[in-house]
Design a protein. Structure first.
Length: 270
């Protein structure tokens, strides 16, 4: 994978295919493989760019000056500048959407279209914010993600009925267990606090272009439920697509549906 130095750290990214550029923003605690089915499908017609979050995959640690979601948006824009991509189609899932929307507002002339998946631009509800901060504190204290925490964290990302013995579930669980202590302390924990301590950015959604924006959400997403997606779609004035049989990582739980929806949307907007 290629990389570029941004804010003093190496940001690794996938760059596959040719045609109009599509940038896929991933979820917290996942790497490029979260988008594997979409990279395979979209790269037949598009140039697919997938930056890995700081501290995830092969990317370096969270740069010291990264304090807000706007900083993540600015860093993604720096990647586009490095790649000399003048205009891009943004698809952001979870935290990927939390920085993709600010990027679209920061540089609207650079964004052809925007898809916000399983994400929420409001502040984290107090109850879940407290829960997530407690989990982050426990990870920090342990310098690892022990099994007791994995039993809490892993199910959050999937629909309730997923087979816990499936490769998708077990591979993700193992990837969290494998995080080294320095990566957890330098990147994962501080990035989590940045994400879950975010401010309310719903007000800006009305300034997005409703004709070139789409909201998508797994119909069984637990941390980012469809009601939040509907709230955002109403504020933007755009369509909402519910993804059947999918939780938070809808790109992996129902990839065929997601691929078809993205290809249809991009055909009309890229």
């Amino acid at each position: 994978m290629p990389s570029v130095i941004i804010d003093g750290q190496p940001l690794h990214y996938v760059d596959q295919g040719s045609g109009p550029a599509v940038l896929l923003g991933q979820s917290y605690l996942w790497d490029q493989h979260m988008w594997a089915p979409q990279i395979a499908a979209l790269s037949q017609q598009y140039r697919v760019i997938v930056p890995e979050l700081w501290g995830h995959g092969e990317s370096g640690p969270l740069p010291a000056q990264t304090r807000t979601l706007d900083d993540l948006a600015r860093q993604a824009l720096a990647l586009l500048d490095h790649l000399e991509i003048a205009q891009v189609n943004l698809v952001g899932l979870s935290v990927g959407g939390m920085w993709a929307a600010p990027l679209a507002l920061l540089a609207p002339e650079r964004v052809n279209s925007l898809v916000l998946m399983d994400t929420y631009l409001g502040a984290e509800p107090e109850a879940t914010r407290e829960q997530y901060f407690a989990l982050l504190g426990a990870i920090e204290a342990a310098g690892a993600i022990p099994d007791a925490l994995l039993d809490i964290i892993v199910p959050i990302f999937f629909r309730p009925g997923i087979d816990h013995d499936s490769a998708l579930y077990q591979d993700f669980r193992q990837s969290l267990r494998d995080f080294p202590k320095d990566r957890l302390l330098q990147s994962i924990v501080p990035l989590g606090r940045l994400i879950f301590g975010r401010g309310d950015a719903l007000e800006g959604l009305s300034r997005l272009n409703s004709d070139t924006t789409l909201v998508m959400c797994g119909n069984e997403d637990q941390p980012r439920p469809p009601a939040e997606a509907q709230e955002m779609a109403d504020l933007i004035g755009c369509d909402l697509v519910l993804i059947p049989d999918a939780g938070h990582i809808s790109s992996r739980e129902n990839p065929d549906f997601v691929n078809e929806a993205l290809l249809t949307f991009l055909t009309n907007h890229a």
